[in-house]
Design a protein around this ligand. Sequence first.
Ligand code: HEC
Length: 112
Amino acid sequence: MFMRTAATFAAVVATSSILSTAAFAQQDETAAHGQVDLGKTTFAQKCSHCHGPNMVNSGTVTPDLRRFPDDQPRFVTTVKQGKNGRMPPWGDILSDDEITALWAYVSSRRAQ
Ligand code: HEC
């Protein structure tokens, strides 16, 4: 009798922890999609006239951001401070959340 109860209890615990792990994974994915969407909108408003709509760009005048390395600190530094007087600084205009979202969007478009 006791054994059966214990086994049932263990099964319930195991099942519910699987379910809650799945729920967390789902939430993470939803959050990631939200970030990419926000980044995409911000990019369209602030960056696309130089870096190309949806990042499609020949890479001759401005760098092709689909080829930017997987280097978030470098991305954040450039976006905040600008570069070589040609890439404008955005530190006073964009929030850290918007820059993080831009990074999520750039990462989602990275060429393999
Ligand atoms: C006025 C045109 C212009 C706008 C607007 C612009 N950029 Fe740039 N961006 C440039 C140019 C030009 C460079 C190349 C700078 C260099 O290497 O001399 C550059 C370079 C970059 C780089 C590469 C920096 C590196 O470390 O190699 C990143 C990343 C970048 N831009 C992101 C963005 C993002 C994100 C936005 C929107 C918030 C944006 N840019 C808006 C012109 C622009």
